[in-house]
Design a protein around this ligand. Structure first.
Ligand code: UDP
Ligand code: GLC
Ligand code: MN
Length: 346
């Protein structure tokens, strides 16, 4: 139906890659609505070209920034002021109803049924479940609502410095008024939730419909070995390694198979850093940037698993876990925890 659309946002090329994977994931699962990407002026022409071959509409918007360093510092995400740009989605009035999805989300199945919901429907935030997470939400474009939202921002600001704070204050009856506006959690599943309640993930995880790579470290901050099909790099950063390895792998598989050919066509002969490597042929240092994080991986280090820290005792492991130093991709990987859970359950 052309009066309904899935909408995403990218203000730079990193998030544009995320948007491309999201768009491909929706197409792969036979989404029947239009796909719209809102982009900022910093998205390069090559990325715009690749986006245009996936999305029905790629629309340039002004970047809006809350400039609210104090609240953003509380979330340790100074980069999220620009998420105010998301509010432009209400101006898409040539659509009757839309589903907004962050560029760091990926559909795992067909989710057209979301259009049966009303504004504002969203799933609970894993950090504060009386708030909704604004990474996936159903809304009705309206200039009136858009203007009210901008006035609301100017008058009240945002309690988190980003769009989620504003939207929760504006749609402030979400938590209590109408349960049909609570999307099931499987429409916005983030790694943070997976690791904080593993048995629930083990029980319900197979029904996941949308994965959300919430947090500072995004899939495109890693690298991928096209030869082995393994995610190769592991960026430095506070929450590096917290992404669920299976979903991270699926993201990269989709990127390598569906997005790379479009980017190659768009860039032509010009070199570009995709994060996809052919390891094993040379020993070159591959260095890539992602926001303010820089990650480096040599082909030999990558094929050897990037880093191999010395083994530690189970007591020390427990202490590190309790201190929040969790080795999500190593000792504390989901596969290891699942093995332990299974042995307890037996
Ligand atoms: N976003 C963007 N550029 C930025 C930061 C954010 O385009 O520099 C958009 C993008 O769609 C992104 C969304 O705003 O998915 C929300 O930011 P993010 O996903 O990083 O927040 P998180 O879900 O990690 O809290
Ligand atoms: C959240 C949401 C994201 C939003 C950000 C800023 O963590 O996942 O979509 O942009 O907060 O409010
Ligand atoms: Mn997000």
């Amino acid at each position: 139906m052309s009066d309904e659309a899935f909408v995403t946002l990218a203000t730079n090329d990193g998030y544009a890659k995320g948007a491309m994977v999201l768009g491909c994931s929706l197409r792969d699962h036979h989404a029947t609505r239009n796909l719209v990407a809102l982009i900022g002026p910093h998205v390069t022409e090559s990325c715009r070209q690749a986006l245009r071959s996936i999305f029905d509409e790629v629309r340039l918007v002004d970047v809006m920034d809350s400039g609210d360093a104090a609240h953003l510092a509380l979330m340790q995400r100074p980069d999220l002021g620009v998420t105010f740009t998301k509010l432009h989605c209400w101006t898409l009035t040539h659509y009757d109803k839309c589903v907004f999805m962050d560029a760091d989300t990926m559909a795992l199945s067909n989710i057209d049924e979301l259009f049966e919901r009303e504004e504002l429907s969203a799933a609970p935030d894993p950090g504060w479940p009386d708030c909704f997470n604004s990474g996936v939400f159903v809304f009705r474009p309206s200039i009136e609502t858009h203007e009210k939202l901008l006035t609301f921002c100017a008058d009240n600001g945002s309690f988190d410095g980003g769009d989620q704070g504003v939207l929760n204050s504006f749609f402030n009856t979400w938590a209590t008024a109408d349960i049909s506006k609570h999307l099931p959690f499987v429409y916005n599943l983030s790694s943070i939730a997976i690791y904080s309640y593993l048995p629930a993930f083990k029980h319900y995880g197979r029904d996941a419909k949308v994965v959300h790579f919430l947090g500072k470290t995004k899939p495109w901050c890693y690298a991928y070995d096209a030869q082995s099909g393994e995610v190769a790099g592991r960026p430095e950063g506070p929450d590096s390694g917290r992404l669920h390895p299976d979903y991270l792998q699926s993201w990269w598989r989709l990127f390598a198979t569906s997005v790379m050919p479009l980017l190659q066509r768009a860039y032509g002969d010009a070199p570009f850093d995709s994060g996809v490597m052919q390891l094993g042929n040379d020993d070159k240092l591959h260095q890539y940037e992602c926001g303010d994080q820089t990650a480096a991986v040599t082909s030999t280090a990558a094929s050897a698993g990037v880093t191999t820290p010395p083994p530690i005792s189970s007591e020390e492991r427990k202490q590190r876990w309790e201190a929040g130093q969790i080795d999500y991709l190593g000792d504390d990987s989901f596969a290891n925890i699942e093995r332990k859970l299974d042995s307890f359950l037996k």
